[in-house]
Design a protein around this ligand. Structure first.
Ligand SMILES: Nc1ncnc2c1ncn2[C@@H]1O[C@H](COP(=O)(O)OP(=O)(O)OP(=O)(O)O)[C@@H](O)[C@H]1O
Ligand SMILES: Nc1ncnc2c1ncn2[C@@H]1O[C@H](COP(=O)(O)OP(=O)(O)OP(=O)(O)O)[C@@H](O)[C@H]1O
Length: 621
């Protein structure tokens, strides 16, 4: 159904092809997973299927790509629209109408479907994706995950024979991601839909894939095979594969279920390990963890932030060291962008004006407030047109602590971060960061206390090149020239200085935004979904950087659906539901007890209480 014949793509101005020797086929009714490091060219390959590459992105495509027999180089994307449905990485760029229902109907209207068919399919899709309660909502008022679901729904309604999906679960909570993937699998099984899907969180999708096409490195020919074949050689792999490699399991497990078959032997080895000192920044002793088996109700003793700083050795994740480089056809997406910033839609100032440091160099950081907590939220409520986004929320964050905000899409995580960043004003209650009230503090003063990487990292990027962006960030932060650039390279190697931020791949864009904010080294660092587009190795490097900052007394609050990241990084997890805090405690306690939020290692080794592959590696020596 989809066929690549010796395809290469060279973007204008590039001295070598971004992807080369791409030769594979996706038969009708199969779901094929496209995997590979950040910036390796996954979106470029997907764009070649929908025709966006090269028709909208520019550049030269050599070789031949056909979809349902149509050559995508000689057919414009609109001439493929009856066959191919595409969801890109940036849902906002995808939308062409203003409300949820209109968006779901739009694709069908363009194809001229009968009104009664459209009505029925809109209703079906609202139910299928849990969107019924949002049907009349303006898209600009939706949370990130709610938008991603609308974007997926809008390509399902026309019933395309081929779906091309770029990180379709990146903004979804774990349960929603499973639901969406189950829907996709049903389309494949029941309707024979053909799906090509790129994803970084392989733990979410690998068990749905018939085959994997791996782009191992920029410009390298893809490796194609069954999931076990490809995972045996892949530089990107989920935690269970890393665990299987570490423990020497054969065949390599791909799922928690596979891995649990081997678990008794590993649990026995872990039981025999000597007690560990807390070196992973959060770990209780290995013997304590193993002892949890005998006394399953006992939780690992939480460390205080000070404990964890003292033992703050930086153990990072388990990925290989895939190379990266990248950019993608974002020009098209940008051209289609219609929505106002979601934050400005609520009458608040747009985020970018508040968080870019286009101010003279920040002066010395004022001393911390007298309270030992760096951030303090008391009885915070935020009322929105359609209901309360936050209700009576209390949160305190001491210096040196990393807190993960988790919870279902629309639970209020971004609203809480935006309140701490002064972008959203409380309807009731108080917010204070180092003694200042964020929404009443001028941006030029606030940046000395708090920095936010928003859900869409593009909101932070202004300049025409990566180099100019970094120079401005250094200047604004009063940092030594080269600081920001070095951070970008530390997070993702191979991001070229001359690239326009618009042309960066998703992961590269996020790495740049993270570097811009971290260059200013604000005492309170707020990160809204800071792993979209990042491969496992890049996430591990980000964890190392953030642990280093926490060890120096920075407080970090991140909103994330990435349970593996939370397990690796957070001292504490705060669970939100419907705008309220429903749990607040040490990471191990919260995630171990939740089937949705438990990381893979926890599930494999239960009832022993381990969270990450790095802890196991350390325990085994
Ligand atoms: N329109 C463009 N012009 C120039 N370079 C581009 C363009 N689009 C993409 N690139 C470059 O192509 C490379 C591959 O980008 P692409 O978005 O395809 O990677 P990816 O594997 O999808 O990345 P990620 O995992 O971060 O989403 C990047 O180095 C990027 O800078
Ligand atoms: N500008 C806005 N105007 C009106 N309602 C909004 C606005 N922004 C968010 N909301 C609503 O407030 C609630 C909380 O949204 P928020 O973005 O804080 O959720 P979230 O937990 O970050 O979700 P996600 O995981 O999907 O990013 C949601 O119901 C959302 O639809």
């Amino acid at each position: 159904m989809i066929r690549f014949e010796d395809v290469s793509v060279t973007y204008d101005g590039a001295d070598r092809p971004t992807v080369a020797g791409v030769d594979f086929e996706v038969p009708e009714g199969e779901l094929v997973l496209l995997a590979g490091p950040s910036g390796v060219g996954k979106s470029t390959v997907l764009g070649a299927v929908s025709g966006l590459v090269p028709h909208f992105t520019g550049g030269t495509l050599r070789g031949r790509v056909t979809v349902a027999g149509r050559d995508t180089r000689t057919h414009q994307p609109r001439e493929l629209a009856d066959v191919v449905g595409t969801v890109g990485q940036d849902p906002l760029a995808h939308f062409v109408t203003d409300t949820v229902e209109d968006e779901l109907a739009y694709g069908m209207e363009s194809l001229g479907l009968a009104p009664e068919v459209m009505r029925r399919r809109v209703e079906e899709t609202l139910d299928l994706l849990g969107l019924a309660g949002l049907r009349n909502r303006p898209i600009a008022t939706l949370s990130g995950g709610q938008r991603q679901r609308v974007a997926i729904g809008s390509v399902l309604t026309p019933h395309p024979r081929v779906l091309v999906l770029d990180e379709p679960t990146s903004a979804l909570d774990p349960a929603a991601a499973e639901e969406v993937l189950a829907v996709l699998q049903r389309l494949v099984h029941d309707l024979g839909t053909t799906i090509l899907l790129a994803e970084h969180r392989l733990e979410r999708v690998i068990h749905y894939a018939d085959r994997i096409v791996l782009l191992p490195a920029p410009g390298a020919a893809p490796v194609t095979g069954t999931p076990p074949e490809v995972m045996a050689v892949s530089p990107v792999h989920p935690p269970v594969v890393a665990l299987g490699r570490l423990a020497g399991w054969s065949p390599l497990p791909l799922t928690v279920r596979d891995a649990r078959r081997h678990a008794p032997e590993l649990r026995a080895r872990l039981r025999a390990t000597p007690t560990l000192t807390a070196t992973s920044g959060r770990a209780a002793g290995g013997a304590d963890r193993a002892a949890a088996e005998a006394a399953p109700t006992r939780q690992p003793s939480p460390l205080t932030a000070a404990d964890s700083r003292a033992g703050g050795a930086v153990r990072v994740g388990d990925g290989g060291d895939p190379r990266s480089s990248g950019a993608e056809g974002r020009g098209v997406a940008a051209g289609r962008r219609r929505q106002a910033s979601p934050v400005s839609a609520g009458g608040n100032p747009p985020r970018r004006s508040l968080f870019r440091r286009r101010t003279p160099s920040a002066g010395p950081v004022p001393p911390p407030a007298s309270s030992s907590d760096l951030a303090e939220v008391r009885s915070l409520s935020v009322r929105r047109e359609h209901g309360d986004a936050l209700r009576q929320v209390h949160l305190t964050v001491p210096p040196g602590e990393t807190v993960a905000l988790m919870g279902r899409n629309g639970a209020g995580k971004s609203t809480l971060l935006n309140s701490l960043a002064g972008v959203v004003a409380p309807s009731a209650g108080t917010v204070s960061v180092r003694g200042v009230v964020p929404h009443r503090t001028p941006p030029r003063d606030l940046v000395r206390h708090v920095g936010l990487v928003p859900q869409d990292p593009r909101d932070l990027l202004y300049a025409d090149t990566v180099a100019a962006e970094c120079t401005a960030a250094d200047h604004d932060a009063g940092a030594t020239p080269g600081t920001c650039r070095a951070l970008v390279s530390e997070l993702l190697p191979d991001v070229a200085d001359a690239t326009h931020p618009r042309d960066l791949s998703e992961g590269q864009c996020l790495a740049l935004a993270l570097a811009v904010v971290l260059t200013a080294r604000p005492p309170l660092i707020l990160l809204d979904e800071p792993t979209r587009g990042l491969d496992y190795a890049a996430k591990a490097r980000l964890v190392a950087v953030l642990r280093g900052l926490a060890a120096k007394g920075h407080a970090i609050v991140l909103a994330t659906h990435d349970v593996e990241l939370a397990a690796e990084l957070a001292h504490r997890v705060v669970l939100l539901a419907e705008g309220e805090v429903i749990a607040d405690g040490p990471t191990a306690e919260i995630v171990v007890s939740s089937p949705s939020f438990a990381p893979q290692v926890t599930k494999v080794l239960a009832p022993q209480q381990w969270l990450t592959v790095s802890e196991i590696r350390e325990a085994l020596g």
